[in-house]
Design a protein around this ligand. Structure first.
Ligand code: F6R
Length: 242
């Protein structure tokens, strides 16, 4: 595991973005796993700038997003599909972008379809992750098995509260979501985790230094062979960075 500490959130995100774009340019990434949320916004901004300036080409890449709310149509402004469209895909054309669909009748077969699509693509070369304050990765909340696969999950009150600002006033955050499992995530060949702000410091400490336990889903990442963590000083404040 490599931990890179930056003075502030902006430079941590830029560090992650430069790492990802260098790997893409180097030709070792064909399939990207992508996250949503506030953490990667600057990463997508940097990638978009590089693509617009014709310094980066994503047209040979495929992507898989980590998760989606159950009950939201792809076009819903609060869906993760819309988030990706607005922040990356309307500026940078990829060969294929894959999403879980939270508006289908048969959610289990949707999850199986996603696992098959990931396998058909040859697996994920690089997975970008954020971390929840309760240690979740994707929407794998505390209690999730570390070998879990893509599946429907219940969201914790804490996660729903944290994500409420992404929804219009009067619209509640859905109670359930589809998420790649922790086992699915761990199969990515490389993982880049980005965490900024003091609110993530406890989760990060438990994830990187705590026992590997279902109580902290992100602690499963300790088992990964190629994990790079990009953090700002605040998020790293409880880490032993010696
Ligand atoms: C998003 C996702 C989540 C977020 C996490 C942190 O696709 O899977 O695990 O990465 O909730 O969210 P932010 O970055 O908004 O703090």
């Amino acid at each position: 595991m490599k931990v890179c500490v930056f003075p502030d959130a902006h430079s941590a995100a830029k560090g992650a973005a430069v790492c990802i774009t260098d790997l893409i340019r180097g030709g070792s990434i064909r399939v990207l796993g992508l996250a949503t949320g506030r953490s990667p916004i600057e990463v997508y901004r940097y990638i978009t700038e590089q693509v617009t300036a014709k310094k980066l080409n994503l047209s040979e890449l495929e992507s898989f997003n980590l998760d989606e709310y159950i009950g939201l149509r792809a076009q819903d402004p609060s869906s993760f599909h819309s988030y990706m469209q607005n922040r990356l895909f309307s500026y940078a054309k990829l060969r294929k972008t894959h999403f879980l669909r939270g508006d289908v009748r048969n959610l289990l077969s949707e999850c199986h379809r996603y696992e098959r699509e990931i396998a058909r693509a040859g697996g994920i070369d690089l997975q970008l992750l954020g971390i929840g304050r309760n240690g979740h990765i994707g929407f794998n909340e505390p209690g999730s098995a570390h070998d879990s696969r893509t599946r429907p999950v219940m969201l914790s009150t804490e996660t729903r509260t944290a994500n409420q600002p992404d929804f219009p006033v009067g619209q509640a955050v859905p109670k359930q979501a589809l998420t790649m499992g922790i086992g699915t995530i761990l199969e990515a060949r490389k993982i880049v985790l980005l965490a900024t702000g003091v609110a993530k410091s406890l989760a990060l400490r438990d994830a990187l230094h705590g026992p590997t336990s279902r109580d902290c889903p992100a602690s499963a990442l300790q088992r990964h062979r190629d994990l790079t963590v990009f953090v700002d000083r605040e998020a790293a404040s409880l880490l032993d960075t010696k």
